[in-house]
Design a protein around this ligand. Structure first.
Ligand code: AMP
Ligand code: MG
Length: 320
């Protein structure tokens, strides 16, 4: 069973021994391993049951460290890195040959970010190698936002979880691809697309697609809860099933047709950042509530609301 604690040196010892550990970041908890060790990388895929076509994000301590791992760092990308890193932004850049194919799924690009959590920053600063760290959940499942979430699903398979408390952002990073002609958002996440669009006049955004999983976080049925989730603006007024067997995921007002005790309100004050922080915890809580189904509503489609709605749509797609 995993030990859970705040001992950076213990986490570092396991990583130096090419094992994998749970680490806190501001986005979601990661399952980290030495990004230059094939043994550690294979263990990440094994523990997560992740297919090898799904590449990993490289985590480094500082913006300055990025240059060591990429062959091209365009000025526009450097500017954004200085603006938003450390933080919930991942850049996809052309990689240097030293990055193992297991990290990049055989592509000539690497996704790289600088996490903002102080424990993980200290851990990275103490290590002589970067960390590869996908979210610390079984592939296709809801991402973890507390150490207890990691423990519940992966605790039997990993030796240590570095406990940094609940994640401050609660959504995965926004992935921005700078390896092509124009910058492209491959995944909406914890950094609002509007903040990027304000600085990049040639920005484009890839919408959810099952046929073109350039970032498998883009797969339509990712982030699936175990209980079927319905996302339909006309619900729950049209519900044909028993309200007592239905859980509700609402934004800032309870659904009228469901008992309040069956519902999780993401943010009573209508704050999208608070809603983002609560989203995955809410989905986990509702799916273990013994309901036959979960009904959810979209949140306002602005700022982090776009990423929240993206995750809700994928969770709903898992139904079909
Ligand atoms: P996770 O860390 O579990 O949120 O997953 C990492 C996400 O980053 C996956 O959806 C990957 O597809 C995406 N990603 C990682 N490397 C690349 C890359 N080189 N190009 C495009 N997407 C990437
Ligand atoms: Mg993931």
């Amino acid at each position: 069973m995993a030990r859970i604690g705040q001992d950076i040196q213990e986490a570092a010892r396991w990583l130096e021994a090419e094992d994998v550990v749970g680490i806190p970041t501001e986005t979601v908890y990661g399952l980290a391993g030495n990004a230059l060790s094939e043994k550690a990388l294979l263990r990440i895929f094994e523990v997560k049951q992740r297919p090898f076509f799904d590449p990993l994000i490289l985590h480094v301590a500082t913006v300055e460290a990025i240059g060591q791992w990429v062959s091209d760092f365009p000025p526009q990308a450097q500017h954004l890195a200085r603006m938003f890193m450390p933080g919930p932004l991942t850049l996809v850049l052309r990689k240097k040959a030293i990055i193992p194919d297991l990290v990049s799924a055989g592509m000539d690009t690497v996704a790289i970010r600088v996490p903002r959590h102080p424990l993980t920053q200290a851990l990275l600063a103490s290590l002589p190698f970067p960390l590869a760290a996908p979210s610390a959940n079984p592939f296709g499942y809801i991402s973890p936002t507390t150490a207890a979430h990691v423990d519940k699903q992966l605790g039997a398979l990993i030796p240590y979880i570095l406990d940094g408390g609940p994640c401050q952002v609660g959504l995965e990073s926004t992935i921005l691809d700078f390896s092509g002609e124009v910058p492209v958002v491959l995944r909406k996440g914890g950094l609002a697309v509007e903040q990027l669009a304000a600085l990049l006049d040639n920005l484009s955004v890839v919408e959810t697609s099952s046929s073109n999983p350039r970032a498998p976080g883009m797969l339509e049925s990712h982030y699936a809860p175990a209980t079927p989730l319905t996302l339909d603006e006309r619900l729950p007024a049209k519900l044909h099933i028993a309200p007592e067997k239905t859980g509700g995921l609402c934004f800032d007002h309870y659904f009228e047709h469901l008992p309040e005790s069956n519902q999780y309100m993401l943010s009573a004050k209508g704050d999208l950042e608070e809603a983002a922080r609560n989203l995955f915890k809410a989905l986990r809580q509702l799916e273990t509530g013994g309901y036959d189904m979960i009904v959810a509503e979209k949140v306002p489609d602005t700022g982090l609301g776009k990423a929240i709605n993206d995750r809700l749509m994928r969770a709903a797609k898992a139904l079909n």
